[in-house]
Design a protein around this ligand. Structure first.
Ligand code: BGC
Length: 354
């Protein structure tokens, strides 16, 4: 039987096709296509929060550095949920639709991450939660959910130890000389992991350092300077010069207390000891000029860097082995205690005491 022209052509074409498939297939397995652009989406609980806006400035710097070091274009889109969880859910949906490789979420309501995690898992887009910590069970629902932040327990204990050292060493700290530390707490947002834990642990540390305590006042000021000023002004009216220590859950609220002391015309030597947490630019300035005794530095640079390293590794499909991820989900940065250098120094440097 003779072989027709078209029948001879078919095996030749098949061989050619197979060669092409093998060649391209081989190339793909040897050299993975390099991603040219990494898309990172971010949604913030409130872009006007002092600490969060400083953290985001650090993150933007990290984006620049990473672009330079990796030679990859990084497109960053930042959205503000302005305190609404449903707005944030919509933003995550939009960021997924826009093709983000990874999304960083500063949750509005840390008890409500499910809508976001369900959408992300369905779309296969990893999520890095930061600063506002969700409960472990929620984070463990999918292996591509992460949390970057600091340890609230550590900050509370360090603040209490700092305050105890100040109360025990500063002349006239015990204003009425009764051997008891009369104090006021300015607390952050209810339900935030950092608020309750900082309050509890800082007072516990004061007790552990041997101080006897009397709580004069307690006010929730939602991390906010203006609210803290208003609330502390009321406490001042009630207790006048009896307050010996102000434990503020963050620097902004410590600054609110300072604003109230100034507005009430109370002279500087009659101010209570004031301690904050964060080490924001305004907070550090207040430590430097000795209005605030000290603060506990919330390492925004470290957190921004950890977020960036994790985001780029996830987006590029690289190994996460060097990122110090604990329990498969967590990266935590340490706090540092900060006071001004020496009582007489005006150098503007800071002494990291721990
Ligand atoms: C910071 C606060 C900030 C809050 C926002 C805390 O860790 O200390 O200053 O307002 O996070 O979630």
């Amino acid at each position: 039987m003779s072989v027709g022209r078209s029948e001879r052509w078919i095996p030749a074409a098949a061989v050619l096709l197979l060669a092409i498939v093998l060649a391209t297939g081989c190339a793909a397995s040897v050299k993975k296509e390099k991603k040219e652009t990494v898309r990172i989406g971010v949604t913030l609980y409130d872009q006007y929060d002092t600490f969060i806006s400083e953290l985001m400035n650090c993150f933007s710097e990290q984006v620049q550095e990473k672009q330079n070091s990796l030679g990859v274009m990084i497109s960053l889109e930042v959205m503000d949920a302005a305190g609404s969880q449903s707005t944030q859910n919509d933003q995550v949906k939009t960021l997924i639709e826009k093709g983000c490789d990874v999304i960083c979420v500063n949750l509005v309501d840390r008890t409500e991450p499910t809508t976001i995690t369900d959408m992300a898992e369905k779309a296969g887009v990893p999520i890095i939660f930061f600063n506002r910590e969700l409960v472990a069970e929620d984070l463990e629902r999918w292996d591509r959910l992460y949390y970057v932040g600091a340890d609230a327990f550590q900050s509370g204990t360090m603040q209490g130890e700092l305050a105890a050292a100040a109360f025990q060493s500063l002349k006239g700290a015990d204003k009425n000389g009764d051997g008891i530390c009369q104090y006021v707490v300015l607390e952050g947002e209810p339900g935030h992991q950092d608020a309750t834990v900082r309050t509890e642990l800082s007072t516990q540390a004061l007790i552990d350092q041997g101080l006897e305590l009397e709580k004069l006042g307690y006010a929730i000021a939602n991390w906010n300077r203006a609210q803290a000023q208003t609330k502390f002004a009321q406490t001042l009216t009630q207790y006048k010069d009896r307050i010996e220590l102000v434990l503020a859950n963050n620097d902004d609220m410590a600054l609110g207390a300072i604003d109230a002391l100034k507005a009430a015309g109370i002279s500087r030597e009659d101010w209570p000891i004031i301690v904050g947490i964060d080490g924001t630019a305004v907070g550090l300035a207040a430590v430097e000029n000795k209005e605030m005794y000290g603060t506990i530095y919330n390492d925004k640079e470290g957190q921004a860097e950890a977020m960036m390293n994790l985001a780029s590794a996830l987006a590029l499909g690289e190994s996460l082995d060097d990122l110090k991820i604990k329990d498969g989900h967590y990266i935590r940065l340490d706090y540092k205690t900060i006071t001004a250098v020496g009582e007489a120094s005006d150098s503007g440097d800071f002494l990291v005491t721990r």
